[in-house]
Design a protein around this ligand. Sequence first.
Ligand code: URA
Length: 216
Amino acid sequence: MKQDPRFPNLFILNHPLIQHKLSHMRDRGTSTRTFRELLKEITLLMGYEITRDLPLTTHRIDTPLMSIDAPVIAGKKLAIVPILRAGIGMSDGLLELVPSARVGHIGVFRDPATHQPVEYLVRLPDTVDRTFILCDPMVATGNSAVYAVDVLKKRGVPDDQIIFLALVAAPEGVEVFRKSHPDVKLYVASLDSHLNDHAYIIPGLGDAGDRIFGTK
Ligand code: URA
């Protein structure tokens, strides 16, 4: 795990397997099917890291020798929330890790002219005592990420119960995120160079939603 002194709430998961798979995803020749598979594999690897501090509860079990209160993930207290639509490519992997997690959805699209997020859907489980993992592969301008965290905070979720998981981020977006939500942890596989004039991440991987779903 790497940190950048400019962004104290950013954590770069630079495990060699994650970097290797991400390089394949960036390649324009990678098929939709492979892109999707790689995204899921990376999400599993990243998910392993970001779930280190998840709350445990205990469950009474009988081993062949005795009864014990065995530690188990308090899965029903976790919510996975993809930001539609590209976030779905990550939530599948997270759900495989924690199958009993609740799943919410936040639908925002980026207004092509202003690059500001426009909300079209919010469905969330109850927020009391729950940890939320928001996911979206790309943090470009940071506006959608900030918006999604705002949605949770307005429903009373404290900063330290929100984790944002992305694949690739631009420094511009990370700075916007840091200014709005300095106490929310943002995990990425790569901090790329910059945004271009169309707010695409450079070098990036193109439009994540189109590459996941095979659309244009
Ligand atoms: N969204 C994407 O899918 N890709 C980018 O490069 C920027 C925003």
